[in-house]
Design a protein around this ligand. Structure first.
Ligand SMILES: C[S@@+](CC[C@H](N)C(=O)[O-])C[C@H]1O[C@@H](n2cnc3c(N)ncnc32)[C@H](O)[C@@H]1O
Length: 319
């Protein structure tokens, strides 16, 4: 366990609780001892021309990523995990899923892939010449086969908690795990867009709840969590919230200031975030009047979701 100091250091030291390094992540990594961190989680620049990145040729981008990933593998503890959250590289409308081209770098370092988590969200750019992108992936690697994975800490409610065995020696007993079910590898978590309570001026923040799930399942209290591309400090926030230690590097001063401010708020207990356990808002369930298109009658069956819900009440039939 760690004694809370509520201090944010600028340089890495194992005795700290939170470290926000202003500069290139390779310079921060240089100061971190071998095999000392339990979880490395990040969303690197995607090389798609966001305001904080210079677009480079994909080969150059991958070489830069390889250098950072090799350093991350060096500082990772033998029971540790690396989670790299990525989307697509877009080249003149054609997409290259970055996880597919990054995979050989991780595998080449001897890291072992445990999951390719699909993070599905509802908001983003509307594409006209392909289907709009509504997921990104988190590729999870471990350094060895003996790794920390605390499933019970992140179980989610069962769909049918009241279900019982109907035959066999356990007849009548509840068939599910009372602690909840494994969340699976498809995570539906709102992304941080306009109305999200965590929204800052940064164009692509992690929702805190996404990182909380990784921190709780892949680390123990007191462990170190590193985000080499820190942005708004989300990974450190999730770490300190659960009595872990967090470090990160950020190259842009405005985001260093923002991440420090958010981590301070977290330490003071004033940072507003979306709770991990809150179900995703369903405007139809919530009775939002905007779900009825004004150009249709309110009882119109034109909207497929409403149609499905209405039909559930009837029996399906063969015509
Ligand atoms: C995709 S964003 C990460 C956002 C972050 N996940 C969050 O929750 O706010 C990538 C960040 O990496 C920063 N960055 C880019 N190159 C960097 C480097 N070499 N070292 C450290 N930070 C860098 C960018 O300024 C940007 O804020």
């Amino acid at each position: 366990m760690i004694s809370k100091k509520n201090r944010i250091a600028g340089e890495f030291a194992l005795s700290e609780q939170a470290v926000v390094f202003h500069g290139d992540c390779l310079d921060l990594l240089e100061d971190i001892p071998d095999k000392s961190l339990q979880l490395i989680v990040t969303s690197p620049p995607y090389n798609i021309g966001k305001e904080y990145e210079k677009r480079t040729h994909l080969d150059v981008y991958l070489r830069q990523q390889a250098e950072v990933i090799a350093e991350c593998a060096r500082v990772l503890s033998p029971k540790g995990s690396i989670c790299w959250q990525v989307g697509n590289y877009v080249d003149n409308g054609a997409i290259i899923p970055l996880d597919t081209v990054l995979y050989p770098i991780f595998a080449g370092l001897g890291l072992r892939m445990r999951n390719r988590i699909i993070w599905h969200f509802e908001h983003g750019l509307h594409c006209a010449r392909r289907f709009s992108g509504r997921y990104e992936t988190i590729i999870w690697f471990t350094k060895s086969d003996d790794y920390i994975f605390n499933l019970d800490a992140v179980r989610v409610p069962q769909k049918y908690p009241g279900k019982k065995y109907f035959k066999g020696p356990k007849t009548g007993q509840y068939s599910c795990n009372p602690l909840g079910k494994n969340p699976g590898d498809l995570w539906v978590i709102p992304n941080v867009k306009s109305n999200h309570v965590e929204k800052t001026g940064h164009p692509c923040q992690f929702p805190v709840e996404l990182i909380e799930r990784l921190v709780l399942s892949m680390t123990e209290p007191g462990d170190w969590v590193l985000d080499p591309f820190l942005g708004t400090g989300t990974s450190i926030i999730a770490a300190v919230r659960h009595e872990r230690r967090g470090a990160g590097a950020e190259i842009q001063s405005k985001y260093v200031a923002l991440s420090r401010q958010r981590i301070e708020q977290e330490m003071a207990g004033t940072l507003q975030t979306r709770p991990m356990t809150r179900p995703v808002y369903d405007p139809i369930e919530a009775g939002n009047s905007l779900t009825i298109a004004p150009w249709t009658k309110s009882d119109s069956k034109a909207q497929m979701v409403l149609l499905e819900k209405a039909e559930r009440k009837q029996r399906y039939s063969v015509k």
